[in-house]
Design a protein around this ligand. Structure first.
Ligand code: SD4
Length: 325
């Protein structure tokens, strides 16, 4: 029996008797979880169109997984976004390499890393989740798998990104600037009409990274984590810092312990800040959503915003709370 069905059945069979154990606490939660919940989508940065695409699907009754995939695909196809999908900035050797992952409400996950020439890595990640016994495929193997699945190869290096890269090559200075470049990774969390949560995260990673570098975005627990009993979280910013604290998993676990999404995001950011003497030099930002439909967001430096779609309305450019200017 699937866990959710089990919880729902347990909830029904246990209603009306006195409770005491933590299992029963989760049954009670399951009984009440969906009553006042409206579908919604939240996304890192100001990706209003992506959040709206997902949010409208959710309002039409589509499930969280389909909505989150379609939502982030908007940015994967956005040529002006130089940190995701087609048009993404290359590594220092001129390769556009993409990282993405997706998680559904049953706890299933799929991921691709260092994927070249495929416009929608999130969809390949979903195929890894659904069509293979694995969670993560990398590089050549991921590309081969994508082609077998019918994805078409495409040159993702646009003339604009190529020109900027050639400009960069003149000095070859590798210095990610907070909120000015490297700031368009999309992490998205969706809750559907059943109150089920799914998430996705997709990126071309840090501009002019070393060839072979993989960031937090495709790492389950770092750039994204969803536990449908509790909620979900997604991260953006300096992937190395997010990976070292397994930030998204940490946030979901903090929510499990009773923290609000806001408190959990703040504590995860502070975990990184307290361990990083150089925290002033990089950005880390999170968004989170819990089962009650509450959301939170926190970052190190001013300038991170997120987008939300609920009740037929976009709320874009929502400024996250931050530690410092
Ligand atoms: C990475 N976290 O590859 C990503 C970069 C990012 O907005 O979030 N950019 O480290």
């Amino acid at each position: 029996m699937r866990r959710r069905t089990f919880i729902e059945r347990s909830a029904i069979s246990l209603a009306g008797i006195s409770f005491g154990s933590s299992l029963i606490k989760s049954d009670l939660f399951a009984m009440t979880k969906n009553t006042a919940i409206k579908p919604m989508a939240i996304a890192t940065w100001n990706f209003q169109k992506a959040a709206q695409t997902a949010g409208e699907m959710l309002e039409q009754g589509e499930n969280a997984l389909d909505a989150v995939e379609q939502g982030v695909m908007v940015e994967e196809s956005n040529l002006k976004n130089t940190t995701v999908g087609d048009g993404g900035a290359p590594d220092r050797d001129g390769n556009v390499t993409l990282d993405a992952c997706i998680m559904d409400a049953t706890g299933n996950a799929g991921s691709v890393v260092y994927l070249k020439e495929i416009e929608h890595p999130v969809s390949v990640a979903r195929k890894v989740m659904e069509e293979t016994p694995h969670v993560m495929l990398a590089g050549e193997g991921a590309l081969q798998f994508a082609i077998q699945q019918g994805f078409k190869r495409k040159n993702l290096l646009t003339p604009e990104s190529e020109a900027e890269w050639k400009e960069w090559l003149k000095n070859k200075e590798y210095k990610p600037i907070i909120n000015i470049e490297n700031h368009d990774t999309i992490g998205m969390l969706c809750m559907d009409k059943n109150g089920d949560i799914a998430g996705a995260c997709t990126t071309s990673g840090l501009s002019y990274k070393m060839n072979g570098r993989v960031g937090d975005s495709p790492i389950i627990g770092s750039g994204l984590f969803v536990d449908n009993e509790i909620g979900g979280a997604a991260g953006t910013g300096m992937g190395e810092a997010i990976m070292k604290s397994v930030g998204s998993f940490l946030i979901v676990e903090l929510m499990r312990q009773g923290k609000s999404p806001q408190e959990a995001c703040q504590e995860a950011v502070m975990r990184t800040v307290n361990k990083s003497p150089n925290y002033k030099d990089f950005q880390v930002a999170y968004i989170a959503m819990n089962k009650n439909g509450e959301v939170g967001s926190y970052c190190i430096h001013k300038g991170f915003s997120y987008a939300m779609f609920q009740d037929g309305k976009s709320s874009d450019n929502l400024s996250a709370s931050y530690l410092e200017e």
